[in-house]
Every structure is written in structure tokens, then in C-alpha cells.
Design a protein around this ligand. Structure first.
Ligand code: SF4
Length: 199
């Protein structure tokens, strides 16, 4: 499903990243617009697989996150309604294109309107940042009104769990436990919003 504002970004070249790839990796979300979005995951930027397919979190780290979500949801009252995006929609890479890197502050700032549009459209109960750059930048990306209406939490990036040994590592267990608590919290916040819509 696309959002109305997506077409504004499909040819965007507001920052230098846009001239190094034709792909704008915008977002993906569970296809149930009747429900509130419980949790929006925000990573750094598209990697090789995401750049190739135009879908956020479709590479090895994304598949690990999907597995973490599956396990973390197993004892929840329902499966949360989820969405995925990144700080920047274009793969952050060096000039030769041989290395993926962390997006720079100016690139995040250029792409921030897109994320604000996404949060306004999905109205997630929780924004869950993955990795150091999203944790650092995301609170500043959201305007005050959105920030005070959204819980912002942080989870270790699944790529870090992969580097630590994947499903066999202690980091995996910690990550799944933390994700379980955070998704439970997001569902409860959604329920609170439904019960007290003006609170
Ligand atoms: S990263 Fe965002 S702001 Fe920069 S060119 Fe791509 S879509 Fe535009």
C-alpha cells in the first residue's frame, strides 16, 4: 500500500545520496488500515538488498528482525500492527558505491520531512529506533507535538545481533526479551488511545 505523499519522494534528490542510486526505499507496513499502527521500526538506511528491491528490512538483518518479532509476539494478546522505515530513503554509500555507511546529519535532516509525513499518516503508538544513529536523531526529527504523542524506544539493531552470532548469541535472547516487552507496551498504548481518544 502506498501513502499519498510517496510520489513526492520517488524522484527526490534533495541530498547527495539521491544521485548515487535510483532506488527510494520508503517504507513497508502491515496491510490493515482499519487498525492503529502499534509500532514503527526506524533503522539507519537501506543496505544492498533493500536498495535492490526497494523494500526496507528485506535483507539478512531484516529477516532476523522478522524472526525476533515472530517469537516476541508469541505470548502477546494479539499481533501488533507494524511498520518499517529508515532515517534516509536512499542507500548511504561512499562515492565509489563500494561501502555502506551511517547517514550524515545533513542527509537525515533532508529526509526528515518524509519520516514526519509517515508518522503523521500511520500515527504509531511507538517509534522503535534500531541502531545508534536513529536513536540519536529520531527525537529531533519529530516535531514537538508528534514527539509528545509518540513513545520513542530503542532496540539493538538486528545487524549487531548477526555480528554477535545471530540466534545462538546472548544478544539474540536479550533482543527478543526486550522486543517482547516493547511490543506489549505498544499494544497497551494503542488500547489506551482507543479507550481514551482525547487523552
Ligand atoms: S535520502 Fe531522502 S532526502 Fe536524500 S535524496 Fe534520498 S529521498 Fe531525498
Amino acid at each position: 500500500m502506498n501513502l499519498v505523499t510517496d510520489r513526492e519522494w520517488t524522484d527526490c534528490c534533495q541530498c547527495p545520496l539521491g544521485s548515487r542510486t535510483p532506488t527510494r526505499v520508503l517504507h513497508r507496513f502491515d496491510p490493515d488500515p482499519q487498525r492503529f499502527t502499534d509500532c514503527l521500526f526506524v533503522g539507519e538506511g537501506p543496505g544492498d538488498m533493500e536498495d535492490a528491491f526497494g523494500i526496507p528490512f528485506c535483507g539478512p538483518a531484516g529477516r532476523l528482525l522478522d524472526r525476533m518479532i515472530e517469537i516476541a509476539c508469541s505470548n502477546l494478546q494479539r499481533r501488533p500492527n507494524l511498520a518499517w522505515s529508515n532515517l534516509v530513503a536512499c542507500k548511504p554509500q561512499d562515492r565509489t558505491g563500494s561501502r555502506t555507511r551511517t547517514p550524515e546529519r545533513i542527509e537525515v535532516a533532508c529526509c526528515s520531512t518524509r519520516l514526519v509525513d509517515l508518522v503523521e499518516a500511520l500515527h504509531p503508538s511507538m517509534v522503535l529506533t534500531l541502531g545508534r544513529a536513529p536513536r540519536q536523531y529520531m527525537p529531533a526529527v519529530l516535531p514537538l507535538a508528534l514527539r509528545s504523542a509518540t513513545i520513542i524506544e530503542h532496540l539493538v539493531h538486528p545487524a549487531a545481533i548477526l555480528r554477535a552470532g545471530g540466534c545462538e548469541s546472548p544478544a539474540w535472547l536479550d533482543g527478543v526479551r526486550t522486543l517482547n516487552l516493547l511490543l506489549w507496551k505498544s499494544i497497551n498504548e494503542t488500547q489506551r488511545r482507543r479507550d481514551f481518544p482525547t487523552a
